[in-house]
Design a protein around this ligand. Structure first.
Ligand SMILES: [Zn+2]
Length: 379
């Protein structure tokens, strides 16, 4: 057997990221669940730098230092090229390496990868079981705070005579955030809970929106130690899932926005006959992984090896994505096209369509008279 690659690559990728942090002298990172978070080793950005210990991806949200493995981290922090980083990590390449040693290193790397996968599985199972407990605790949306919240977002009872079963509520729901090793309740209060169903129709996640107790019952303002937190949180495994707001019998069209509010607003306007209305939870889920094409920032082409993206059921002959105008329009458009092309590739004959209400306003915002949605950010 020949060596298809430098054996030091395997060695480098088997170094635990926690050890990398020590070796590179990155100081001040705190362990939070499966992440290490703290000051950026390059720009010093406070709490802007994080390393995901399951995927080995790292990112600074300030200076955009980013990458996906040990070598990239060494390159970024030490300002080395690839060869330099590899030598720094594993020494200069030995003239010849004993094949048994290569095999041993391969096995070590495989074992490390298996452990990582197992931990990710365990984490996912726990998240899904949490989501199911929250869903069980929640009561039908028509009985509680959901109506008031939707009204505050411009969706009246005339527009939406019946609250969809996918929307429930909890009167006093804790907003829990993990800080270091501790769980801190940053807020408690009424919460709209939307069920996220997997393609098989099983509840695998919940989308939670904390609602302000005081009128007009918009999104709650939540902060922890002076830092404001989003009023919306997903618990569970949302991948490939959707919030199924309305699925009439015989539907052949699926209209999908990112959020519940946008999708309900479209639903009230009834722009399409025989249409189901589902919320896609987030753009990443609707788009799936995008192909990287040299020279183009966003290719709009789906990476078909991504098994975690949303794919519409086979009865969908027309898939309509609603474009929220409040984020970077080029990126948003490319992502939506990516998702539509994925669906069209998997379901020949399916027609994809993007509808939007112009730059800077989403469908919900139009209804709200163009008022910007300034309360916290969506997840
Ligand atoms: Zn930085």
């Amino acid at each position: 057997m020949s060596f298809p690659e430098d054996p030091r690559l395997i060695e480098a990728k088997a170094i635990p990221m926690t050890e990398m942090v020590d070796r590179l002298g990155i100081a001040g990172l705190k362990r939070m669940a499966n992440e290490m978070v703290g000051p950026c080793p390059l720009c010093g950005g406070r709490d802007r730098f994080g390393i995901n210990l399951r995927s080995n991806a790292f990112l600074c949200r300030k200076c955009d230092l980013r990458g996906g493995d040990q070598i990239a981290l060494a390159m970024g922090v030490l300002n080395l090229d690839f060869k330099g980083a590899l030598s720094w990590l594993c020494g200069d390449q030995p003239a010849e390496l004993d094949p048994r040693e290569v095999e041993r290193r391969r096995q070590l790397a495989a074992e490390a990868e298996r452990k990582q996968r197992e931990e990710a599985d365990r984490y996912r199972r726990r998240a899904v079981s949490d989501a199911r407990l929250i869903w069980k605790k929640a009561r039908p949306g028509r009985l509680g705070v959901v109506r008031a919240y939707l009204l505050a977002r411009g969706i009246t009872s005339d527009m939406l005579p019946e609250i969809p079963e996918a929307l429930r509520f909890i009167v006093d729901h804790p907003y829990v955030k993990k800080v270091g090793r501790e769980y801190v309740t940053a807020h408690r209060g009424p919460c709209m809970v939307a069920g996220i169903l997997s393609p098989a129709g099983e509840l695998t996640a919940v989308h939670q929106t904390w609602v302000d107790r005081a009128p007009p019952h918009g999104k709650a303002r939540i902060s922890l130690e002076g830092e404001s937190l989003p009023a919306k949180l997903v618990r569970g495994s949302k991948k490939s899932g959707a919030i199924r707001l309305l699925t009439p019998k015989g539907a052949d069209t699926l209209v999908m926005g990112e959020g519940v509010e946008t999708t309900l607003t479209a639903m009230a306007a009834q722009p399409f006959a025989n249409a189901a209305y589902w919320a896609g939870v987030d753009l990443g889920n609707m788009a799936g992984r995008m192909q990287r094409v040299k020279g183009r920032r966003y290719s709009g082409l789906p990476d078909m090896s991504d098994a975690d993206a949303f794919v519409p059921p086979l009865w969908v002959k027309r898939l309509v994505f609603i474009m929220d105008g409040d984020s970077d329009p080029k990126m948003t458009r490319a992502k939506l096209e990516c998702g539509l092309r994925r669906a069209m590739a998997l379901n020949p004959g399916l027609q994809g369509q993007i509808v939007h209400a112009g730059a800077g306003v989403d469908l919900n915002d139009v209804l709200m008279d163009g008022a910007p949605d300034g309360e916290g950010c969506d997840d």
